[in-house]
Design a protein around this ligand. Structure first.
Ligand SMILES: NC(=O)c1ccc[n+]([C@@H]2O[C@H](COP(=O)([O-])OP(=O)(O)OC[C@H]3O[C@@H](n4cnc5c(N)ncnc54)[C@H](O)[C@@H]3O)[C@@H](O)[C@H]2O)c1
Length: 396
């Protein structure tokens, strides 16, 4: 495709709300996406950012070159220069901000979990569909070149019929009992704990690689039941405080789920935010009748495959390392084993979202995919309440 120079691209105004870890990651992506993907015909212009902590907004304005920053997110919604709102606040604010943005006709990217509850997510998806806007969700692990390759292998039938799937996200971020009681540990601010947080990625990945889940049974546990109170406006959920008063953790650290997929595959999905050992083990193993694959974000540029019919040279897993022949790798580096990192996945995510806005075609993953994840989360919660197997309702 002919490379467009900057002047020929259509400028698209961006507003980012919530300038913590994710707000900054999204701003960085918007700022760099055209340089990595010059085929884009829209040029994101960083118009404004909002954070309730004034210093965070100002610091992000300086850092990324937003035209202004504000404590008042409504100002972004009523700004005609802004076409796209990205929501990166704690979960308790998603519904209100997304609803206002969609009603104002903005395209909306919302971090996962879109709603605190499946009903909230469904509401935002319905509203977006009726408004005809493009939506996006932060299921970023899908975009790893090696995950894309795994997806392609499964789609082409190289693994045969998928029989087993094991997905997990084991994170150490809350394994220190003195890591502070940030909004993530409070039900009224976050909704569920690991179920909404880490398991959103695990469920989306299972959908992406294997398909819909038919039924499940689940358990949960909270290992660390109180934590030191956070200092308002200071630090992140990685902050540790060794003294001071403590408060109650009101959602779960751990989720385990046995699942049956609609296509007959059997699986387990597991997530924990307070586990010692793994740091960010967002991982899966897939077994089929003809082969197997496994991937772990901690080594995200590698994929292990076992395809005995494809090669007579091995009888065991072979390790592939990413190079320019795998999806998206060449946008970052022409050389083999010069791998991508987490922020690159956010940039690829931004590219797809902006491309959907450019073409007017639905984005994937959008709020619709978030509803399918929320339906599984809802069944998991029912299983906790009823201590029994549950069918996953399909109301999408
Ligand atoms: N996709 C991923 O891999 C991933 C990773 C981390 C977090 N997340 C999601 O991103 C969202 C944000 O998480 P984070 O880790 O960046 O949180 P964070 O606590 O680092 O940042 C949240 C920011 O929002 C600001 N804020 C709170 N209320 C606000 C309001 N009313 N108006 C404006 N600003 C407000 C806070 O001051 C803070 O700066 C959450 O929904 C979370 O689940 C996704």
């Amino acid at each position: 495709m002919k490379k467009l120079n900057k002047n020929k691209r259509k400028s698209i105004g961006i507003g980012v709300i919530g300038m913590g870890w994710m707000g900054m990651a999204h701003s960085r992506s918007y700022r760099n996406v055209v340089e990595r993907f010059p085929d884009l015909e829209v040029d994101p212009k960083l118009v404004a950012c909002a954070d309730e902590v004034v210093e965070r907004g100002q610091s992000a304005q300086d850092r990324f070159g937003f035209m202004y920053s504000t404590q008042n997110w409504q100002r972004l919604i009523s700004d005609d220069e802004i076409d796209v709102i990205t929501v990166a606040t704690p979960n308790s604010r998603h519904l209100e901000i997304v609803t206002s943005a969609v009603r104002a006709g903005k395209h909306v990217f919302c971090e996962k979990p879109v709603g605190r509850t499946p009903i909230e997510t469904q509401h935002m998806a319905d509203l977006s569909s009726h408004a005809g806007i493009i939506s996006g969700v932060g299921y970023n692990y899908r975009w790893s070149p090696m995950v894309q390759h795994a997806h392609q292998l499964i789609k082409e039938g190289k693994l045969g019929k998928v029989t087993h799937y094991r997905g997990r996200f084991f994170s150490s971020y809350a394994s220190n009992p003195n890591s502070v009681l940030s909004w993530r540990f409070q039900k009224e601010k976050a909704g569920s704990g690991t179920l909404g947080d880490l398991m959103s990625h695990v469920i989306d990945m299972a959908h992406f690689l294997v398909g819909s889940i038919d039924s499940l049974v689940a358990h949960r546990e909270t290992f660390i039941r109180e934590r030191p109170l956070a200092v308002p406006g200071v630090g992140t959920h990685f902050t540790v405080r060794d003294d001071g008063p403590k408060g109650d953790v009101t959602n779960e650290d751990y989720v385990s789920t046995l699942v049956q997929f609609e296509n007959g595959a059997q699986g387990t999905l597991e997530g924990c935010r307070a586990i010692v050992g793994p740091k960010c083990e967002m991982a899966f193993e897939v077994n089929g009748t003809k082969g197997a694959i496994r991937w772990n974000f901690e080594k995200m540029n590698e994929l292990e495959i076992y395809l005995p019919e494809e090669s007579s040279f091995h009888d065991g897993y072979v390790r592939l390392i990413s190079d320019a022949s795998y999806p998206f790798h060449a946008a970052f580096n022409p050389a083999a084993a010069t791998g991508l990192g987490y922020d690159d996945l956010k940039l690829i995510e931004a590219y797809h979202f902006l491309k959907a806005i450019q073409t007017g075609q639905p984005n994937n993953p959008s709020f619709r995919q978030a509803v399918t994840v929320a339906q599984v989360q809802s069944a998991i919660q029912s299983s906790w309440d009823n201590n029994s197997w549950q069918s996953v309702a399909k109301i999408n």
